[in-house]
Design a protein around this ligand. Sequence first.
Ligand code: FES
Length: 176
Amino acid sequence: MNDQLENEEISRRKFFMKLSLGLAGLSAAVAAVPVISAVLAPLLESKAQKWRTVGKLNDFKINTTNLVTFINADPEPYAGITAKSAAWLRRSSDTNFIAFAANCTHLGCPVRWEKDAHLFMCPCHGGVYYADGSVAAGPPPKPLTRYQVRVFKNEVQIKTAPLPITSIGASKSQPA
Ligand code: FES
């Protein structure tokens, strides 16, 4: 009888030991999820690029700079308005276009083109850029990001790209 009680005690102890180990393993796995996600996030980030039409060739007069919008390369189905990006598109000749991201390289505010001053101005902290996108004044750490542009079948297209904005602490790529 004593042997039977002893055996029951041992098997109960074994069961609780296994249960404890199982729960400890599960807790460790749950705790590791955010850490693993943080490590993998940059690797999983979309690098997708696509050409997007922003208008017909004749929609843009030579020596003008226009705001254009386009759908990002791989928007999430729930993205809504955030699936769109904007760029300032300048037509400098019959076939030459330059496109600047509309977001300031300081904290990402939308910059506006001041036609008369020939400058891009950021309303948030007074960032100013020259017409070629380089920094003229204020806190922006680097020039406006450029998009690739092409004319394809009489349409002007911009190549979408993830923007390296909000680069606080990044070293300045432009002389002050
Ligand atoms: S966001 Fe443009 S200057 Fe700060």
